[in-house]
Design a protein around this ligand. Structure first.
Ligand SMILES: O=C(O)CCC(=O)C(=O)O
Ligand SMILES: [Fe+2]
Length: 376
């Protein structure tokens, strides 16, 4: 129980403190693209404003010089998983995914095998929770439960409501369902979600590993023991004159994230200094490479900086499944990815070290990953 507890506590810490990472910090040294510095400054300004309780954060406008509105959407990689399941499409498909992880840290998958009816069923359970009276939601909120929270209300982010649960943690599901007086279905749907998303996550993990052309044994512990956290983000329609940031720019701190945004846009990823809106597709999942995958690949795959823009005309619900690494394993890069040209970027550490660092008062700003960088 203690380790389960640790995971729940840790994740809230990671997702709430480990944000706002300017992407260039994590890239191999290379030519700096125009606009990166401005992007970083915009991120830090937005974060500072939020910390000081601003109600809304105007998006960087033309004066920032690096906000490119809605371009090259067609180039965002989309991967047909059905093709990768065929023996003829496998090798080429895994290399396409590897290229997407290197160049974008992001891709979308279609024909993923998860029934859309199930996704809608899960979304409905989450919407039912968000529509409960505030006093009831407060029974499991950060304000009343501290680090044990499963619900959070963030007035400064859009506003945004969050429901975050460990779908593998039956006692947590029961406690939450009881406190919120949820229907019987709630637990059953979350238990099914645990199975459905973990299965998809393992298929994607296999593809990511194959794309690296390394010995899969290095990732075995994560295949066996990794878990997922399921988070629903409910962004209220924003009445502000300026568009607002529902979620400020951040990178995820896990292995990778599977995200469904249905049909309301909001997700944007940072690519070469520009924010690229990701056109929502009901039939697709977005895959974000996150920090620990970057570590295990010695920066071959890069965690992507992303943000969510608050919706203007209707509320928006996104579902995110964060695959977290095996708890007790030392996190080091696959040996094939370390050589004299690419010395180890990070010193060995564990997920617990990472989580503890994210809670520390002296954690490096804005991310804890530089804390683990190897000095050469
Ligand atoms: O709502 C979205 O599209 C992004 C959510 C996200 O990045 C997160 O929950 O970490
Ligand atoms: Fe995220």
């Amino acid at each position: 129980m203690e380790s389960l507890q640790f995971l729940g506590t840790s994740l809230s810490a990671v997702y709430h403190h480990m944000v706002m990472v300017p992407a260039p910090l994590f890239k191999r040294p290379g030519p700096q693209l125009p606009g990166n510095r401005t992007t970083t400054a915009s991120v830090i300004r937005a974060a500072a404003a939020l910390q000081h309780g601003a109600q809304s954060i105007p998006l960087p406008g033309p004066l920032d010089g690096d906000y490119v509105d809605g371009v090259v959407v067609d180039e965002v990689p989309i991967v047909d998983l059905a093709e990768l399941r065929s023996s003829s499409g496998r090798a080429q498909g895994t290399q396409r995914v590897a290229a997407a992880c290197r160049d974008w840290g992001f891709f979308q998958v279609v024909n993923h095998g998860v029934s859309i009816e199930f996704v809608h069923k899960l979304r409905k359970q989450c919407l039912d929770v968000f529509s409960l009276p505030q006093e009831q939601k407060d029974k499991v909120s950060r304000r009343s439960q501290g680090s044990q929270w499963v619900y959070d209300y963030r007035p400064n982010h859009g506003p945004l409501e969050v429901l975050q649960l460990n779908p593998w943690d039956s006692p947590q599901l029961h406690t939450c369902a009881h406190a919120l007086n949820c229907s019987e279905d709630f637990i059953a749907v979350y238990e099914e979600a645990n199975l459905v998303f973990r299965t998809l996550a393992m298929e994607i993990l296999d593809i990511l590993i194959e794309g690296l052309r390394v010995d899969a044994k290095h990732f075995q512990a994560h295949k066996k023991e990794s878990q997922g956290v399921l988070r629903a983000n409910y962004y209220h329609q924003s009445k502000a004159a300026d568009q607002v940031l529902g979620l400020i720019p951040h990178v995820d701190g896990n292995l990778f994230t599977i995200l469904h945004q249905q049909d309301v846009s909001g997700l944007e990823v940072l690519k070469d200094g520009s924010w690229i809106p990701i056109t929502p597709r009901n039939d697709a999942f977005c895959i974000n490479v996150a920090d620990i995958m970057q570590v295990l690949t010695n920066d071959e795959y890069t965690s992507v900086q992303h943000r969510a823009v608050g919706p203007k005309t209707q509320a928006r619900l996104s579902l995110a499944y964060f695959l977290t690494p095996a708890a007790g394993v030392t996190l080091v890069a696959a040996p094939e990815l370390v050589n004299s040209l690419h010395p180890p970027r990070y010193r060995p550490f564990t997920w617990k070290d990472f989580v503890d660092a994210s809670k520390g008062a002296d954690r490096p700003y804005p991310s804890v990953l530089p804390f683990f960088e190897q000095r050469h």
